[in-house]
Structures are given as structure tokens and as C-alpha cells.
Design a protein around this ligand. Structure first.
Ligand code: 2HG
Ligand code: ZN
Length: 477
């Protein structure tokens, strides 16, 4: 079934340019591109464009721009905030990067890799690893999330505490701008002070300023030793004290430091068959610590054992399991990475991807828990996240047996209640998932005045017709 909403001349030009594999209009083929992972948004589109090269992507964008057709860039479609889902009008085309999957080069002198946007994060990690290098970015959705998407959203994840967010890894990139011109910034230089850092403008712009097609990413030597432990703790305060103890000994060794509440962990243990709790009994909270070193290094094990031994003695940690093999390490990580999936299986949830200064985390969790429990009796407050960098996924799962729609009807009340406590502690209402369409309404009160106005001016300068990912980041009025 050919979609009637594209002008016939544009339809024919796109089909000729991209071929049948790159131009999908049948509703059964386009459906999965119009719904987000959380199943919160069900949009429509006139077509899905799947260019295989930057050149084709640029030509397709120029054609759409000529006909004023809105465009929604989409990578692995794993957004938590509806950032890659079209609206319900059916007027937009989705431009998917799923056919741009070449790893173009790995440079051992500069420690970089150059990859196309549609390479999944996992494929990029594996390619670097096979060359004795490491791409130091890891997120739960890395099997589907692609490089274009992680840069467009400035993804963070588990290794931010050591290596920073996607932004810090992006040495160079190439993007197609809303008029179809190609911005080639594919340099691999550590130092390059030549005017505005345009690549950093594209990173985190959530597809509203252009579509990222290729990137140069900074790599690290592959760690030769890694030590991973899952620890039972009383609460976030103890988890932070444990983090401080490791940091005092060797901050550079900490590759990840994650937090999981008992409520969230219990959902994983009960709803994901392959993820039983590897400790003798459930605890109020857990910390996952991973240390790494580029050396074959026995001292890493000693460091882990010393700090944990001391913490057990002081009662900071009540139980712990250390991975004795790569399989055990992966099992520990699987427990952490299945948190989003387990919460999805538990019913509707309201996500608050927030960050606050580290010292404020315990009070934040306590106050926000009270506020949410008083708004919705029976609500399951299930926080977890990247506590070492201050990012908590303060997620709220519907009361057991409640009507999901009725629970979601309270999403703004819950998000606002949490956000006000975040504001009090000087935090951010979106630490790593971005604004997408879910959180646009928060922008005026959080980023209003000159900040939002400057963003609008940049948007208008690059996309005066508002064709690139409309409805994202900016509130409509
Ligand atoms: C994670 O850290 C992801 O696992 C998903 O950022 C968080 O489900 C979430 O809210
Ligand atoms: Zn996360």
C-alpha cells in the first residue's frame, strides 16, 4: 500500500533514489518505526526512509525539505522519552539509520574508530575489543541503540563516572543538516580550536538540528584486568560511602559504580528468569562496582578485597559477591541491565531520569519517595542508576493490580513532585535520556529565559521551517 500523503513527485523521487529496500510505505513495514520502546507513543508516518550512504541521506533530506515534509531521525529506537517517534499526523517521514552500518576504520595511533551512524553500540564495542581496544561507553540498550542515536542524545550510561558521556568521546562527526547540506567535521584531533565546536552542538541536539551520519570516537586501551562485585548495602548513603572508599584508594580504577534499590532488584529477580539474586538474602539496596586496569594487575583484586573487607567490617556492606570469571561478571551485569525490562514487565511506570550532586542523593531519594507515596498509595518506588556520576533513575512503578492508564494519568503530578525536589538540590530533570517529547513541557520552567531563547535561535538558524524532529525538546507554545 503506497501512502497517499507524500506528494506523488516526492514519492517517486525518493523511491528512485533509495530503492524499495530504502523506502518503506506499507503500514506493516513502518509500524515498528512509529512506536517507541516504552509503548507510550503511537505515531504515524508517510514513509520510512532507509538511506545506505551519507550521500543518499543528504539527497533524501534535500528532497523532503524542498516539499516541506517533516523528518524524524531514528537510530535503534530505544528512546525513553519518545525522542525518535513521529507524531500522529502521519505527515512526517522517519529517516532510519539502520542501513548505515559500516565500521570504516580503527586507528591504533590516534586510538579512534570511525563508524557510520547505524552501527549498534555493541557492534562498535566488539570491533574495538577485537583490536585490543575499548570503546568506553556502555548502556543497557547497547544491543539496539546505534552510534548516531547515542551521539544525538549524548547518552551516558555505566562508564560516565570514568570516561564521561558520549559527548566526551565524539572527536569528530558528519551530519546532514535540515536543508540537505553535509557538515563534514570528521577530524580526529585532540586539539582543534578553530571557531565554534559545531560537533558538540549536534551532540545532544536529539535530531532537531540534523541527522548524524558518521562519527569519530575516542577509544581506550582494552583493560587487561577487571574486578566486578555486587554488594548488599543498607541504603544509598552506604553505597555512596563505599564509592568514596574506592575513590580514595584509586579513582582511575573505578570503571562503573551503580546503585539498585531493593524494590527494583526484586522486580528483576522475580520477572526475569535468568536473573536470580546471587546473594544469600535480599537487601534494602545494592551497589555494583567494577574496577579496571590496562595492566595485567593482581593489585586490582587486592584493592577490591581490601576496600570490601574494610566495608564489611564497618557494616557499610552486609554481603558481597565477586565475579570469579567472565561469565559471572556478565551475570552480574545482566542483573543491572535488565532493570528497565523488568520494570516494563511490572506494568506502567513513570520515569524520572534525574541527577543531583552526590551528597544530596540520600536526602533526594528519601524526600522524593515520601512525596510519591503520598500522591499514589501503593506506588512502587524503584530507583536505580549510575550513582557514581549522580544520575538516579527515580522510577515509579504502578501499584500492583492497578489500571495502567489510571496510573499514567498521574504522570505529570508525579514527575513534577520529583522535579521540584530535584530543583531544590540543584539537579537536572533529565540527566541522560534527554527531553524528547515526554519532557518538553518542563523546558520553560527549567531552561527558560535566555537559555531556551538561545536554543530557539540556533534551531531557527539551522532549521527555519522546523522540519527536523519537530515536537522534540521545544515546547509547542
Ligand atoms: C539504564 O540505566 C537505562 O538502565 C534505562 O538508562 C533507565 O529504565 C530506565 O529508566
Ligand atoms: Zn541509565
Amino acid at each position: 500500500m503506497s501512502d497517499a500523503s507524500l506528494p506523488p513527485a516526492l514519492h517517486d523521487a525518493l523511491l528512485t533514489l533509495l530503492g524499495p529496500a530504502g523506502f518503506l510505505t506499507d503500514a506493516t513495514d513502518t509500524a515498528s518505526f512509529c512506536t517507541d520502546w516504552r509503548l507510550l507513543y503511537h505515531g504515524r508516518c508517510a514513509a520510512v526512509l532507509r538511506p545506505a550512504t551519507t550521500e543518499d541521506c543528504a539527497k533524501a533530506v534535500a528532497l523532503c525539505a524542498q516539499y516541506d515534509v517533516p523528518m524524524v531521525p531514528q537510530g535503534g529506537n530505544t528512546s525513553m522519552v519518545g525522542g525518535a517517534t513521529p507524531d500522529e499526523s502521519g505527515k512526517a517521514v522517519v529517516i532510519s539509520t539502520t542501513r548505515m552500518t559500516r565500521i570504516l576504520s580503527i586507528d591504533h595511533a590516534d586510538l579512534t574508530m570511525t563508524v557510520e551512524a547505524g552501527v549498534t553500540l555493541k557492534a562498535a564495542q566488539d570491533a574495538a575489543w577485537a583490536e585490543d581496544l575499548m570503546l568506553p561507553l556502555s548502556i543497557s540498550s547497547e544491543g539496539s541503540a546505534d552510534i548516531g542515536g547515542i551521539l544525538a542524545t549524548n547518552a551516558g550510561g555505566n562508564n560516565t563516572v570514568r570516561y564521561g558521556n558520549a559527548r566526551e568521546l565524539a572527536l569528530g562527526l558528519e551530519a546532514v543538516l535540515p536543508d540537505g547540506s553535509v557538515l563534514n567535521l570528521l577530524r580526529k584531533l585532540r586539539k582543534d580550536n578553530t571557531g565554534y565546536a559545531l560537533r558538540q552542538l549536534l551532540v545532544g541536539s536529539e535530531g532537531t538540528l540534523g541527522l548524524i551520519t558518521t562519527a569519530v570516537l575516542q577509544l581506550q586501551p582494552r583493560p587487561r584486568s577487571r574486578e566486578t562485585a555486587l554488594c548488599a548495602v543498607a541504603d544509598a548513603k552506604s553505597a555512596l560511602a563505599l564509592f568514596a572508599a574506592f575513590r580514595k584508594q584509586d579513582p582511575a580504577a573505578i570503571q562503573a559504580f551503580e546503585y539498585m534499590s531493593g524494590t527494583s532488584m526484586a522486580l528483576v529477580n522475580t520477572l526475569i528468569e535468568s536473573c536470580p539474586l546471587p546473594l544469600s538474602e535480599p537487601a534494602p539496596a545494592y551497589a555494583l562496582v567494577e574496577l579496571g586496569s590496562p595492566r595485567e594487575d593482581e593489585s586490582l583484586r587486592t584493592l577490591m578485597e581490601d576496600v570490601l573487607g574494610q566495608a564489611l567490617e564497618e557494616g557499610l556492606v552486609t554481603d558481597a559477591v565477586l565475579a570469579e570469571s567472565e561469565t559471572q561478571r556478565q551475570n552480574i551485569w545482566m542483573i543491572r541491565e535488565e532493570h528497565a525490562e523488568a520494570q516494563k514487565r511490572a506494568g506502567a511506570s513513570v520515569k524520572n531520569d534525574v541527577s543531583v550532586p552526590l551528597a544530596a542523593i540520600p536526602d533526594f531519594i528519601e524526600e522524593a519517595t515520601k512525596a510519591c507515596e503520598s500522591l499514589v498509595p501503593g506506588i512502587r518506588v524503584a530507583p536505580f542508576g549510575h550513582i557514581g556520576d549522580g544520575n538516579i533513575h527515580f522510577n515509579l512503578v504502578q501499584p500492583e493490580g492497578a489500571d495502567p492508564a489510571a496510573f499514567l494519568a498521574q504522570d505529570h503530578a508525579l514527575m513534577d513532585a520529583v522535579a521540584e525536589i530535584v530543583r531544590k538540590f540543584g539537579g537536572s530533570f533529565s540527566a541522560e535520556h534527554g527531553v524528547g517529547q515526554l519532557k518538553t513541557y518542563m523546558m520553560p520552567s527549567w531552561r527558560g529565559g535566555a537559555e531556551l531563547e538561545t536554543m530557539r535561535k540556533i534551531k531557527n538558524a539551522l532549521d527555519p521551517k522546523n522540519l527536523m524532529n519537530p515536537g522534540k525538546i521545544f515546547p509547542s507554545h
